[in-house]
Write a protein that binds this ligand. Structure first.
Ligand code: HEC
Ligand code: HEC
Length: 419
């Protein structure tokens, strides 16, 4: 199933030390199939500005960003539990509730846009949303700046992170620091990534079968790339009308339409990343799927219009659970001089578009990227590809495998289980 290809990797001992590993897989002799797969491994580490990221880490956990000093970003994006809040919809300031399920912040730097409807282009731009939202933090920027100025530590930290700015603490700097921190929230070294990088025993037979089915049923035409999602908009209900079945349609259900006003964007959402899905129940933009299995059932019913045997769905769930990697706050503490990352990747990461294909606007035509045993069922491939308007999806440039040395440890993260 995996294509064999010889590579000549440069081992990075520094990286291995940083991860505290005793065993490294030598890819020089191992099969390396990642280049041929529609899902790419996440980089093991990324470049960030440490002073900014550390400041951003504090700000991410800072309740003074909210009007009454009660809500921080971490209130709804718990980094010890999947990077979301485990609720159907989030509860913000004064107990107010929103309309959509909180996505994880992990690997969000890999999304081509932010929010379910993609209304923010970058992580930095995204920060304005929750901070000013009446439901979430209900703040205004001048208040936040004043509060941080009165703190005994922040002025010094801002000064260190932004030494050339005349206004030390500003809206721009706060957003920038938070974005920089969020770029460090990557979850590398999942069992699936280990397998992609050539460790054939990293996933078991059922999980391998799940991945084969994920490609064969066409899931991969929407969930793909380094983030296994996050690089296109697609209508929810391509084949069957989810919203008619559920009823009680809210503004948020209109999805991308709220941003563009285009009829074709009605009920279109950014295809969510499945990287952390093992830990982020409940699922879907409205939080209506309680378990990973429920979400997969919904995909079969509304996106594929297809029945599938129980064991196929279970195998797919098992595969999705292998996608979650490790998170360490020290992921960004490394020396750029010895970084094994390619120049191209570093450039992308500076621009805030980590390893995803360039952002297309609007819906994208999709086609089944790869099949395992023979062709995908023709009817599915065809119906799916009729959905889009833009040119066919390009799969050429997803994230480069960043570290060519492989980490061999197993993920130690704990969090809610998607069951
Ligand atoms: C009250 C809960 C709550 C708070 C507080 C909150 N968020 Fe969120 N966050 C959400 C919800 C809900 C969404 C999805 C909103 C949407 O798509 O319309 C979201 C979306 C996001 C996204 C986009 C992820 C994606 O995949 O599209 C990022 C990034 C993010 N939040 C970061 C932050 C940061 C940074 C802060 C603090 C400044 C913050 N959030 C505060 C609930 C919250
Ligand atoms: C036509 C594109 C498309 C196809 C094909 C597709 N998905 Fe999805 N998937 C989406 C979209 C869009 C969403 C978000 C829908 C929503 O929340 O309104 C989603 C959501 C999900 C979620 C929930 C993620 C979360 O965090 O809420 C899972 C799990 C999932 N898909 C798995 C699959 C599986 C497994 C398959 C194949 C059986 C599949 N998808 C096929 C587009 C697709």
């Amino acid at each position: 199933m995996m294509h064999t290809r010889q590579t000549t990797p440069k081992p990075s001992h520094r990286l291995l030390r940083a991860f505290g590993l005793s065993l490294a897989l030598s890819l020089g002799s191992a099969e390396y199939g990642a280049a041929a797969e529609p899902i790419k491994p996440l980089p093991v580490m990324i470049e960030v500005n440490e002073a900014k990221a550390e400041l951003g880490r504090l700000l991410f956990h800072e309740p003074r960003l909210s009007k009454n000093d009660t809500i921080s970003c971490a209130t709804c994006h718990d980094l010890s539990a999947g990077g979301d809040d485990g609720q159907v919809v989030s509860t913000g300031i004064e107990g107010r509730t929103g309309l959509v399920n909180a996505p994880t912040v992990f690997n969000s730097a890999y999304n081509f846009k932010q929010f379910w409807d993609g209304r923010a282009h970058t992580l930095k731009e995204q920060v304005d949303g929750p901070l000013q939202s009446r439901i979430e933090m209900e703040s205004i920027w001048p208040d936040v700046v004043t509060k941080l100025f009165q703190d005994k530590d922040y002025p010094r930290m801002f000064q260190q992170a932004y030494p050339n700015d005349s206004q030390i603490i500003s809206r721009e700097n706060i957003k920038d620091a938070i974005a920089e921190f969020q770029r460090s929230l990557i979850t590398p070294n999942s069992r699936f990534d280990q397998w992609l990088r050539g460790n054939v025993g990293a996933i078991n037979e059922q999980e391998k079968e799940g991945y084969a089915l994920f490609k064969r049923y066409g899931c991969v035409s929407c969930h793909q790339g380094a983030n296994v999602g996050g690089n296109m908009f697609q209508v929810f209900g391509v084949i069957n009308d989810y919203f008619r079945k559920r009823g009680n349609i809210t503004d948020a259900d209109l999805g991308r339409f709220n941003v563009t006003g285009n009829e074709v964007d009605k009920h279109a959402f950014k295809v969510p990343s499945l990287r952390m899905a093992a830990h982020t129940a409940p699922y879907l933009h409205d939080g209506s799927a309680g378990t990973l299995r429920d979400a997969v059932d919904a995909m079969f019913e509304f996106q594929l219009g297809r029945e599938a045997p129980d064991e196929d769905k279970e195998a797919i769930v098992a595969f999705i659970k292998t996608l979650a990697g490790e998170y360490r706050e020290s992921n960004y503490r490394f020396d750029l001089g010895e970084s094994p990352l390619s120049a191209e990747f570093q450039e992308d990461s500076r621009n805030g578009h980590l390893g995803q294909s360039p952002a297309p606007n609007g819906l994208q035509e999709i086609s089944v990227v790869e099949t395992v045993e023979g062709s995908p069922p023709a009817d599915i491939a065809e119906t799916i590809s009729q959905n889009g308007k833009a040119p066919p999806l390009r799969t050429g440039r997803a994230a480069k495998p960043a570290a060519e040395s492989e980490a061999a440890g197993r993920s130690g993260r704990s969090g809610r289980s998607g069951r």
